[in-house]
Ligand binder design. Sequence first.
Ligand code: PHE
Length: 501
Amino acid sequence: MRLPESQVAVLNAASATDEQTIDSLADETGLKPETVTQAAFELRDEGYVAVSEEERVEYDLTDEGREYVEDGLPEVRLYRAAVEAGATEDAVGMGQVIGASGLGGPEVDIALANFGRKGYGQIESGQLSADADADAEDDPESVVLTALEAGEAVVDEGVLEQLVSRNLVERHEQTVRSVTLTEAGVTLLMEGVEAAETVDRLTPEMLTSGEWEDVEFTEYNVEADAPEVNGGKTHILRQTADRVKDVLVGMGFQEMEGPHADADFWINDCLFMPQDHPARTHWDRFALDVPPIEDVPEDLVDRVEDAHRNGVGDDGDGYHSPWSEDFARAIALRGHTTSLSMRYLSGHEVGDLEPPQRYFSVEKVYRNDTLDPTHLLEFYQIEGWVMAEDLSVRDLMGTFEEFYAQFGITDIQFKPHYNPYTEPSFELFGRHPETGELIEIGNSGMFRDEVLEPLGVECDVMAWGLALERLLMLMYGFDDIRDVHGTMSDIELLRETEVLR
Ligand code: PHE
């Protein structure tokens, strides 16, 4: 009979005495305890050994416990010093006794507390008296500590618990496995067993030499404990962004790209946002201290300025407020990706566009907001627009219903809203699956003529900006967006959450 080397070693060692623990077998064979355990279980599965398990409690001295085995427990040393100073007759000044005991630092408090608890004497108004009958030399805690240090078994649970609570001893629970030969095992050994070299890997050399026929392969133990490995994975937000892109591409949209830091012209002026609009002050935007943009089409700048000043159409009316080209050319981090929509609609990115057209982006935007469970300073917007003849609000609503249904969200609500650049405008709301609250998930509308005319667009354009993080909250029930991204994110949550398909 041939068995793997480790199994043969364990069999032989186990035959030496009646019962052997994994540790004693490991000592005897020179194998690692894990290897012995595995071999023992394999032998058990073949019926050659029996493995019994017992839960054992072990007590080990802590460093402090070991120190006291050497030096004596502080209260015992205090008692000795007290006896020496004659405190069994008359009370002695506490300072004198402590000085004589050689105790210092935190030991003094430990000594005094336990001295009192054990009834070794009394301490009253700075005077210490010792009880002549106290048997400090046979202090039960000292006795147990010394026994443990010597490796002797201790049965006094009460004292052990006390030592654990004093942090002089640590309690460990352990499963001790013992291995005994079965009759089949004894017979096997008598008949003789040979150790086969075990290999855990098949090599090309073994195949060509034919050696593979003679070796024993280690068995796979698919139930063995293995360390948890947390590999890298795509962030849930990125996974969702990718899925949003797939959905929009599936709906016939093309992707827009463009700068995160852009001219106010594209971020605001093209959108008919008056230059004195509150959102354009330094409070709300992240202005960048860099040279202004150079590359803006002059004729477009002129038409946008004219729309701001005089409005568009026959009965149009502008803001008649100040408009400065320098202001428009200044650079800031974009507060929305509608800057990209302006770049594309104007023909600046991919040339003049003929209807119908559909474009989107899923990109980062930056706002000087206050952080809270639903606001971040950087977040992702799902921007999009459709250019076509004769669009209506029903097209807009239908598009959202189709889009959100792909993510299992079927109860979108619309609320009339105001944007300087769209008319009509709607905010979108969805219900949070955990809290039941309505949360804002987007903003949308039909671009006004004041926006479209300077851009040179002659048909309707419906457009929106949706918050990717809010979509995530509705999909997964997250209630604090800060758990999901940013410096405070919850790593466990991110590890556990799988993107819903
Ligand atoms: N820019 C708007 C926002 O950030 C979203 C929007 C885009 C609204 C296009 C209407 C049209 O809230």
